[in-house]
Design a binder for this molecule. Sequence first.
Ligand code: IPE
Ligand code: IPE
Ligand code: MG
Length: 236
Amino acid sequence: MQDTKTAKAPTSPVRHIAFIMDGNGRWAKRRGLPRQKGHAEGAKVFDTIVRACFARGIEAVTVYAFSTENWSRPEAEVNAIMKLMGQYLRYAEKTLADNDIRIIFIGSKDRLSPALRKKAEAVEEKSKHKTHILNIAFNYGGRDELVYAFRQLAAEGKTDITEDDISAHLYTAASPALDLVVRTGGDIRISNFLIWQSAYAEYYFTKTLWPDFSEEELDKALSEFGARERRFGGVQ
Ligand code: IPE
Ligand code: IPE
Ligand code: MG
């Protein structure tokens, strides 16, 4: 029998990982399905991968689920994504007692429907004492986040602003420094994601479409991270 007093949770050299979960639409198109089906499949993979990250000892996971620019998509697609997020939050609320995940919405809740906003706030509140951080970037934009941080600092009357002040006012303030950003779908860009936090993060780009992303590929990204030399501007 395992001694629960001495059994240690795994730790990972990656403390904070982020995913740009891209390629849902193309995954559906290749199968002759509506884009919405790709998002539904992507939502399942999202749950699997988030759990896999925590099982590997990663402390914080940030997922890009809906950007400030994604409102420009057809209404039916936007509505489908909103509905999927509502479903995920109901599922997260129901399974709250079975896991140790703290859900934090990063991005502005201003444009969300009152019902979705209420559900997001309820799940944030109910999970706030949990250990593993899941940042859901929803109506999130890196530029929008910086404007939000600067406005907060201005409202506090702060003038002598430091880098630490800015970091402390970002939506991700509760998370450790970002180590690794994974983008699926084949595009080599950051699309307004974590622009401040990724200053010294490592990137892993893969052509795999998000609904095809797997635990095996997660392990490949983590092992590639382990083989990289992070110099942070210094010399080895
Ligand atoms: C990412 O998949 C999910 C969201 C942006 C909501 P896409 O919907 O962008 O999929 P592609 O890039 O069109 O294949
Ligand atoms: C980035 O993907 C946003 C999300 C994954 C939520 P997009 O598909 O919106 O990015 P672009 O338009 O290709 O840059
Ligand atoms: Mg895309």
